[in-house]
Design a protein around this ligand. Sequence first.
Ligand code: NAD
Ligand code: UGA
Length: 482
Amino acid sequence: VFPKVRNICCIGAGYVGGPTCAVLAWKCPDIKVTICDLSQPRIDAWNSDTLPIFEPGLSEIVFEARGRNLFFTTDVDNAIAEADLIFVSVNTPTKTSGVGAGVAADLCYVEAATRRIAALSRKGAIIVEKSTVPCRTAESMRQILSATSPQEGAVFEILSNPEFLAEGTAVEDLLDPARILIGALDTPRGQLAQRRLVEVYANWVAPKNILTTSLWSSELSKLAANALLAQRVSSINAIAAICEATGSNVFEVSNACGLDPRIGSQFLKAGLGFGGSCFQKDIFNLIYLSTSLNLPEVAEYWAQVLKMNEWTKSRFTRGVVKKMFSTITRKTIVCAGYAFKKDTGDIREAPAINVARDLMEDGACLRIYDPKVTAESIHESLKGFTYIDWATASAAGPWDLPQAGTYTICPSLDAALVNASALLFVTDWSEFKGLDLEWWTATHAKMTKPAMVFDGRDILNTAECAHLRKIGFGVEKTGVGH
Ligand code: NAD
Ligand code: UGA
């Protein structure tokens, strides 16, 4: 029924569809891979020298495979019609209105894509859920496909193949995945379709790392994995608050705990809280699922992970205001980093947005520097606040800006720090790490005194904190009491 896969279509050219299928094309030169999207600017960017997303190592892969067996197009219909395997990699954001607003996943993009597949796909095409979806979405897709396909007695095989890549390390994660998960129905057709997708991944992934499960386990595993990761971050952030109050150091505590192999050392870094497009959305998804299954205690348990994250973000800002003599009105504060983590230009749910908004509401004149985030996305995230361009802001002396609660985008960290009262590390960019003593001394000299450093991303080690204090800085590091 299902021929060997020779032609793949990926619907959705975003952070997942783009890198995932670019790597697939690169590793499987015999398979034609077409990544399609409704957004013309996005596809144009994929076809240009400047890709629409920044991921270390991605452009080299795209440039090598593009035009050979990798294609980007807005001709979604044709891409679907040609394919024998179709990845659905569209966005599944949290609903903003209607039933389940604020918690349930908005499946309108999945449904729209499914309807196009029903209308146009060739007989025997395998459909693969790549998007993160609520449990049993494959069943809804199957019903839509069967009910709307023009093919007589059409039966569609749907697989679940959730993506576990993290932004900033997408290419390494894709080239050497901890596991590939493929869920299928336990029917002969389901198993055969599953085998076809296993064969594709087997081109570069070791068989022991390709896991096959039932469809529903696979869908739920994706939500569970993200919930468990986020839960670890909230747990360590809860411990961080205790550390600050007791004069202990959360990085020593997490190291001590993480060395126990039953706990493990990863994902125990305390800081500003988690951001990114998925953790919050997927936990909301789990909360909605639990509530609809009449499991209120389970829903409440996961809700607490999100509550702790919100509290962590606002606790950081409250700490800044408190240490700056309880007023930051018209004080120049530098936000070093804006992305939700290093090595990405993505700011979806970035803690920096909360910090920036809260500080501006308190009257700060904010200077933002990030090596990858575009000015356009910063503006989009700070709608309603007053923007002052760099030429105007840098010409003004300390306290000279006419208006409190404004922001400026700066060309470099060095430039941003002139006359600033505080430096906040908000993203863990490598370029902020290991700045030498000379740099710090010169920085102290050009800042307004008392100059403060707030480290929300474990940029400074203990020795550096001590050096900075010796220079004259006030230093506060999240999770470290003193
Ligand atoms: P994204 O918003 O970056 O990309 C989705 C793309 O799909 C958009 O470009 C949009 O224009 C396109 N699209 C929507 N409907 C379409 C349609 N009917 N036809 C053609 N194109 C259509 O989203 P993303 O970050 O790539 O996430 C996609 C899915 O993958 C989500 O379910 C997300 O939860 C999941 N996921 C994301 C990550 C991540 O790191 N971002 C990791 C794992 C899983
Ligand atoms: C996360 C998961 O790690 C991926 O496996 C998953 O595929 C993806 O979500 C998804 O479904 O979208 P991502 O959000 O890209 O990936 O990045 P992470 O490295 O998980 O970081 C998320 C946030 O948690 C960042 O803001 C990061 O700074 C924060 N974090 C992470 C911590 O505060 N402490 C840690 O120890 C780890």
